[in-house]
Design a protein around this ligand. Structure first.
Ligand code: B3K
Ligand code: ZN
Length: 880
């Protein structure tokens, strides 16, 4: 808590020092009780960087200390002290055994960090610094120890007792309690510790590794949910096989466990051998989960599983290195998803996320490098920059070194660093050494914040038959860093002839004769010459989104429409359509300024129509092409955002597109409307996606015919994907059928929290004038729970981050609603509060009137007496 105390002090990467002591083994005993749980922690400790006579200082928070025993002698009160989140033992020998007994109160733990309860069961969350809420410890990732854990609990209430590693023993006690003992043979940092105890059902399966070992797989849920785990189990097996085939990485224990819990601050957690998951990312069947849910489950199960090697076997030296494990593991899960489904569709989805969420982060008050330089609370840096941009940095290495070169680098990484806590520099060194490359300049991607802009100019010499590309890079200053250096940008590209056919790429300085190449942009400005180009080509640049940069080019509309049709790169075909529309919305805003009505040119409509009716494109890519950039995304291109005008312009154009394409949309819908079998292959998902997008467009026309299609789709109930798509169409409308269908849906699903979340989010993201009033009413509805992160994200989060016009309402009511909620939640769950408050921090981007209200609301949050360090850090950056 910050207020009456001094301003929280940032922790800096530059101040890193190795641990004074190491903890080599940990033996834990938990006497579980919801009100008061006793933890007995016996550690073997060895002096490391400390000088003889230096104190031992352990972290601990929200703990009641019962006793401290050093080498068998209980210390008197004068032989140690506790203050400011620390236990200090002034005098310790070079090696010793220390036993610390503490008590903690799981039932009252609303922050959902450390040991807490969810649906009456016990579970833990330790990353990043939650272990210090369980016991006193050197809570830093470069202290790696082997753990044994004994759990004692009431047998009736908590029949299942789980921890990391292997179960080694169990027994019964006289008083109705029982116990289990677990041992984890692999040294790990304490953030990977986990304990679960409760009344859980188990879905068990097995996996035979490539070397022939059998691994038992178990997914635990509350008993009524055990029938919803098939997809998660199948996903896990796919991920295990993929990692063997792609990276030669085999699972290392004989047991892999996943536990699903309803109260969880984020998506999931990769604890060694005992992953804990938000139930949203485990439970699915076609009646309750959408295609997007199924895909997210497959990706996150894989992500957490992949952490076993990239994160657990090799971990981070300190939390500034978070992207070492997260960027790399996101890259791995992206590659996995690309292999399981459609690679271009996955790439488009990743680029969209980066552009709509990470670029704004890079261009706002929370801007920070992939490897941050300082933080107050590391929880605040589990960001899109660390995760998604971090994955782009890994992807660029993959592009520069090639798949084989990248694999050599990975092999060397595991050979050199298995069992260690290392840095992003160590990872890059493996990539460099395995390939004989110098990555010094490349590593600026780790230290420099902000999104580079690439300005490209083209010239053609028709006498010499030469084509010239001049590329200039510039990274704008960010709030945290003034000066920027040029970075290494892999620019994948090709040339297209005026006939639409690919042109061979003959680079003057290199022997190539391909249709596609990767230029390495390293200078502030450089010119590349292409020889033997018979006519002025169309350059297709940044294919596959080969670098996380903003490309600036002056392409005319005809060229964009030409690229939409002829580019051999699926990503750039898609991107040309997105650029065209963004440009059109900006022109429409100028029209509105001049008192003119926005108009979508027929040529544009024709280009989108051709996509929709194409015989060669698959449905998923059609759907991507017709999913036009959001108002938020377009807002990034504007100097100052005027949300009302932006939305008015965009809506007008979308509606005109729907009108122009009406017969085509109707036909495309009809062709796909009667699929009865529900399968989860990429083709089937693509069909549903396109069908439902057609329905959404038709919904813009607000005609009875289409409203009826939506209602029918809801009531046929083939699967949740179609039902939600139908409800989504109705959700924006002011008709009795809307309320009727939403009510019926609620009545049907009110006992299913995950489906109720969809119901909340649908209403929170509806395009309706009175959406704020709807949100306020829903906050008082029995479906809402002010303590559950999923409910909060589905109502408040969805409204603030997913309802641009509703949240940015000119009178500031949206901002006030969020600020009020943050102030209320902050003392209860600071992590969720500080993630919500980010919806207010980009005030500089808006008009003066909104700026004033936003600043006022931020001030109000910051001056609240109970403002947490988490929220303080975000808000103070925003106001700073
Ligand atoms: N490593 C966890 C995230 C932990 C967040 C702690 N505030 C999940 C993941 O990225 O795999
Ligand atoms: Zn992760």
């Amino acid at each position: 808590m910050k207020n009456d105390q001094a301003t929280p002090k940032p922790i800096r990467l530059a101040d890193y020092t190795p641990p004074a002591y190491r903890i080599e083994t940990v033996d834990l005993r938990f006497d579980l009780d919801p009100a008061t749980t006793r933890v007995t922690n016996t550690m073997r400790v060895r002096r490391n960087a400390a000088e003889p006579g230096d104190p031992l200082i352990l972290n601990g928070e929200h703990l009641d200390l019962i006793s401290v025993t050093l080498d068998g002698h209980e210390l008197g009160a004068g032989a140690y002290r506790t203050d400011d989140g620390k236990l200090t033992v002034p005098e310790v020998p070079e090696t010793f055994e220390l036993t610390v007994v503490t008590e903690t109160h799981p039932k009252d733990n609303t922050a959902l960090e450390g040991l807490y309860q969810s649906s009456g069961n016990f579970c833990t969350q330790c990353e990043a610094e939650g272990f210090r809420r369980i016991t006193y410890f050197l809570d830093r990732p470069d202290v790696m120890a082997t753990y044994s854990t004994t759990i004692v609990a009431d047998k009736t209430d908590y029949p299942v007792l789980l921890s990391n590693g292997n179960p080694v023993d169990a027994g019964e006690l006289d008083d109705g309690r029982h116990w289990a003992r677990w041992e984890d043979p692999f040294p790990k940092p304490c953030y990977l510790f986990a304990l679960v105890a409760g009344d859980l059902a188990c879905h068990q399966d097995a996996f035979t590794t490539q070397s022939g070992r059998e691994v038992t797989l178990r997914i635990y849920t509350e008993p009524h949910n055990v029938g919803r785990t098939d997809h998660a189990m199948a996903s896990l097996k796919k991920a295990m096989r993929w990692d063997e085939e792609t990276f030669g990485l085999e699972y290392d224990l004989d047991l892999f466990q996943i536990v699903s819990v309803d109260d969880f601050n984020m998506g999931a957690m990769e604890n060694k051998g005992l992953n804990v998951f938000n139930s949203k990312l485990v439970l699915a069947n076609p009646d309750t989960a959408t295609d997007a849910d199924f895909q997210a489950i497959e990706a996150v199960i894989a992500h957490e599983y992949f952490h076993n090697w990239t994160g657990n076997r090799i971990t981070c030296r300190d939390w500034f290195q978070l992207s070492l494990k997260e960027g790399l593991t996101v890259f791995r899960d992206q590659q996995f998803s690309a292999d399981m489904g459609s690679a271009p569709v996955k790439r488009i989805a990743d680029a969209r996320l980066l552009r709509t969420q990470q670029f704004p982060e890079d261009n706002g008050p929370m801007a920070h490098p992939v490897r941050p330089d300082s933080y107050i609370k590391i929880d605040n840096f589990y960001t899109l920059t660390v995760y998604e941009k971090g994955a782009e940095v890994i992807r660029m290495m993959h592009t520069l070194l090639g798949a084989d070169g990248f694999r050599k680098g990975m092999d060397l990484y595991f050979q050199r660093h298995d069992g260690q806590a290392v840095t992003c520099d160590d990872f890059a060194a493996c990539m460099a050494d395995a390939n004989g490359r110098d990555l010094t300049q490349f590593k600026r991607w780790y230290s420099q914040a902000g999104t580079p802009h690439l300005k490209v100019e083209e010239a053609y010499d028709d006498e010499a038959n030469e084509f010239y590309l001049t590329v200039r890079q510039h990274t704008p200053a960010t709030q945290d860093q003034e000066h920027k250096e040029p970075v290494v940008i892999p620019l994948r590209m090709g040339l297209i002839g005026r006939d639409g056919e690919p042109v061979r790429v003959n680079l003057s300085h290199r022997e190539t004769s391909e249709h596609d190449c990767v230029l390495e942009i390293t200078e502030e400005e450089q010119t590349v010459v292409f020889e033997g180009v018979p006519e002025r080509p169309v350059a297709s640049l940044l294919r596959g989104f080969s670098a996380p940069v903003i490309l600036e080019r002056d392409l005319d509309d005809d060229t964009l429409r030409f690229q939409m049709k002829h580019d051999t790169d699926a990503f750039n075909r898609w991107d040309a359509g997105q650029t065209l529309f963004r440009r059109r919305v900006i022109a429409a805003m100028a029209d509105l300024d001049n008192g003119l009505d926005p108009k979508l040119p027929e040529k544009d409509a024709e280009a989108y129509r051709e996509v929709l009716n194409s015989e060669t494109l698959d449905d998923a890519l059609k759907a991507e092409a017709l999913t036009l950039p959001s108002a938020e995304a377009i807002g990034e291109d504007l100097e100052t955002i005027d949300p009302d005008q932006l939305v008015q312009a965009r809506d007008a154009l979308v509606k005109q597109l729907a009108e122009a394409l009406e017969p085509d949309l109707k036909r495309a819908y009809g062709l796909r409307a009667n699929d009865t079998e529900y399968t989860l292959d990429a083709a089937a998902i693509g069909r549903r996606r396109l069908k439902n997008l057609c329905l959404a467009y038709l919904g813009w026309l607000e005609r009875n015919e289409y409203i009826q299609l939506a209602i029918d789709q809801i009531n046929v109930e083939r699967n949740m994907t179609d039902v939600i798509a139908g409800l989504r169409v109705l959700s924006h409308l002011d008709i009795p059928e809307r309320d009727q269908e939403l009510n019926d849906f609620y009545e049907k699903w009110k006992n299913d929290p995950l489906v109720t979340d969809k119901w909340l989010a649908l209403q929170a993201t509806a395009k309706r004038e009175n959406v704020i009033e709807d949100v306020k009413a829903l906050m008082e509805h029995p479906a809402f729970n002010r303590r559950n992160p999923n409910r909060i994200r589905s109502l408040i989060g969805a409204f603030a981050m997913g309802n641009f016009e509703g949240f940015q309402r000119a009178d500031g009511e949206g901002y006030r609603l969020l600020a009020d909620f943050v102030i209320e939640l902050d003392p209860v769950n600071p992590q969720i509060a500080s993630s919500l408050v980010r919806a207010l921090i980009r005030w500089r981007r808006f008009d003066d009137a909104r700026q004033d209200i936003l600043k006022q609301e931020l001030q109000r949050v910051m001056s609240t007496a109970s403002c947490s360090e988490n929220t303080y850090e975000v808000v103070s950056r925003a106001l700073g």
